[in-house]
Design a protein around this ligand. Sequence first.
Ligand SMILES: [Zn+2]
Ligand SMILES: [Zn+2]
Length: 77
Amino acid sequence: MDKISVCPVCGNETTKDSLTGKYHCDKCKKTFKKAALCDKCGKEVEILAACGSTQFFCNHCNELKSKKTLEFFLKEQ
Ligand SMILES: [Zn+2]
Ligand SMILES: [Zn+2]
């Protein structure tokens, strides 16, 4: 199971809304969005959706991050 699709509150599997890209937990009735943490400083990186591709930028380290190095989690809206 994909780690990101699990509700951080109750552990229930969330459903992804393909329109908004957000995740919804039926149990908690909460909506989450995908967020990522910088591997260096542990702070949340900014997710920049450019046309077709997604880029990740850490404001703290002031650098673009590779998707591979990031740790993804669901953040409550
Ligand atoms: Zn939940
Ligand atoms: Zn950083």
